[in-house]
Design a protein around this ligand. Structure first.
Ligand code: NAD
Length: 515
């Protein structure tokens, strides 16, 4: 096993993760500012997707652990050490955390790579950029203002104020563990809440290393807690816990639906960042060289394991065959390899169940009559016989009613669908249950603008794909989600709005005398 990353010299106080009885790193729960063993004493193994080796064990939390974490978060919420901090002081803590992320970005990237096998080149950028979430929301913390309302009632003064909600439960997927955590954690903390974080059972190590930086930054104990375990086993106790007032979930549509139903029973507020089947639409008047790169970025970056994957490529009929030829040429010399190698362009699929799902969909597509243009099989990569590598895969002759066009694969599988004109493109683009993102490629500005109005998705890119920013809202239409993360909209999700009425008239009218 390659040596595990250690905290860099900039953070000598960071605690080392201990080894367990198996001689592997052992990750415990993080509750009330302490790393603690799970109540049931059980752990489960985690596997490196490149080598297939088991490299660490993680606590298999249960209802008792969830309860302890929620109580710690509630106690911290009520404690003046956190509740008594001014919004400016909270902002300062968050900026300190941002600095610590910048100093430790290499370390965080290396642990996250070990966790989910993503390319180190991409992770380096992501981890450095992640500091911006804490700078941005730290800066926003003391700029959330209520208003004075000119009401139609004389003798009373009415104003509004925003308040934190309380304990927030954040549930994350495995594809981008720390950035997706930060999209929730940064606004939740800036708003003054306390949190219980539940990472995916496949990727938790980077988060359990990251919380050490939260500690170093000086956040009071219990403000941030982490419970690990199997979603279906202990997720329900977190979602239904009476102390949890809000749930922020990123994951698949099925888990999202279950969690949303559970949350509704106790009227918990939710944000849901779910899946997509995003169209990448190329018109005949597009700059085709750019559009080819955009199509490849859309579906094959991170091996297609992104929620915004442009998994449906809609091509105007006149350029259909030529464009597919260009795509195939572009992918000809693609390099697989270890994600830590800067030469590697395609990293493995992150988990074995995800690889099995991809293989299932490739089989289904062929059974439904789609034509396999390239890929459609595992890639064998020298030196990594157990690596979960999969070839970038392209299907043509896809019709929009096929499962491969309607369901999220979450892997490097592209469905190419032809269209005739603008109306046809809009009809096909919108004919799915999802509405997360869309790409539009055209040199005709008026057409580009028309399409941004007609395509139903939370994010639309014209002549680019995958641009995102801390400062911009992100979220889905339809089954792709509820609420927004990022930007000012992102922090409003973590605040309650209170309306306050103050009498300026000492005379309270007798309620039994009709006026
Ligand atoms: P998943 O739904 O299987 O799991 C997500 C998280 O939910 C995990 O932590 C899991 O343990 C937990 N979970 C599962 N069942 C639960 C339950 N009943 N109660 C509580 N928690 C439960 O998703 P995944 O496979 O980890 O991630 C891939 C999915 O995430 C894809 O569908 C992808 O589109 C989506 N995603 C969406 C966005 C976005 O911003 N819209 C971003 C990234 C990923």
């Amino acid at each position: 096993m390659p040596p595990l990353p250690i905290p860099n010299a900039a953070s000598p106080q960071v605690r080392r993760t201990p080894e367990g009885p198996q001689g592997r790193l052992q990750y415990d729960l993080y509750i009330g500012g302490e790393f603690v063993a799970p109540a049931g004493g059980r752990y489960f193994e985690t596997t490196d997707p490149v080598t297939g080796e088991v490299w660490a064990d993680v606590a298999r939390g249960s209802e008792a652990d969830v309860d302890a974490a929620c109580r710690a978060a509630q106690a911290a919420f009520e404690d003046p050490a956190w509740r008594g901090l001014s919004a400016s002081a909270r902002g300062a803590l968050m900026r300190r955390l941002g600095d610590l992320i910048t100093e430790n970005a290499d370390w965080l990237a290396a642990v996250e790579m070990k966790d989910n096998g993503k390319l180190i080149a991409e992770l380096d950028n992501q981890m450095r950029y992640m500091a911006n979430y804490y700078y941005y929301y730290g800066g926003l913390a003391d700029k959330i203002e209520g208003s004075t309302i000119p009401t139609d009632k004389p003798g009373v003064f009415n104003f509004t104020r925003y308040e934190p909600i309380g304990v927030v439960a954040c549930i994350m997927p495995w594809n981008s563990p720390l950035p997706l955590t930060s999209l929730k954690l940064a606004p939740a903390l800036a708003a003054g809440n306390t949190v219980v974080l539940k990472p995916s059972e496949f990727t938790y190590a980077s988060l359990l290393e990251f919380v050490k930086l939260i500690e170093l930054a000086g956040f009071p104990k219990g403000v941030v807690n982490v419970v690990t375990g199997l979603g279906h086993e202990m997720g329900n106790s977190l979602v239904s816990h009476p102390l949890v007032e809000r749930i922020a979930f990123t994951g698949g549509p099925e888990a999202g639906r279950i969690i949303n139903e559970q949350a509704a029973r106790s009227m918990k507020r939710v944000t849901m960042e779910l899946g997509g089947k995003s169209p990448n639409i190329v018109f005949e008047d597009a700059d085709l060289e750019q559009a080819v790169k955009g199509a490849v970025t859309g579906i094959f970056a991170a091996s297609g394991q992104t929620c915004v994957a442009g998994s449906r490529l809609l091509l105007q009929r006149s350029i259909h065959d030529d464009f597919i030829g260009r795509l195939v040429d572009f992918l000809e010399d693609i390099r697989f390899g270890h994600p830590s190698d800067p030469q590697t362009q395609i990293a493995p699929i992150s988990t074995a169940p995800q690889l099995a799902k991809i293989e299932d969909y490739v089989r289904i597509a062929q059974e439904e009559g789609a034509t396999l243009v390239r890929g459609g099989k595992r890639a064998s990569v020298e030196g990594y016989p157990n690596g979960l590598f999969y070839e970038p895969t392209i299907f043509s002759d896809v019709t929009n009613d096929m499962r491969i066009a309607q369901e999220e694969v979450f892997g490097p599988v592209l469905s190419v669908i032809p269209f005739d004109d603008e109306d046809d493109a809009v009809r096909i683009a919108n004919d799915v249950k999802f509405g997360l993102a869309a790409g539009i490629w055209t040199e005709n500005l008026a057409r580009g603008i028309r399409m941004t109005e007609k395509v139903r998705a939370g994010t639309i890119w014209v002549n680019n794909y995958r641009s995102t920013s801390t400062t911009s809202p992100f979220g889905g239409f339809k089954m792709s989600g509820i609420g927004r993360e990022g930007g000012i909209a992102g922090i409003m999700e973590y605040l309650e709005l209170k309306s306050v009425w103050i009498s300026t008239n000492v005379e309270i009218p007798n309620p039994f005398i009709r006026r």
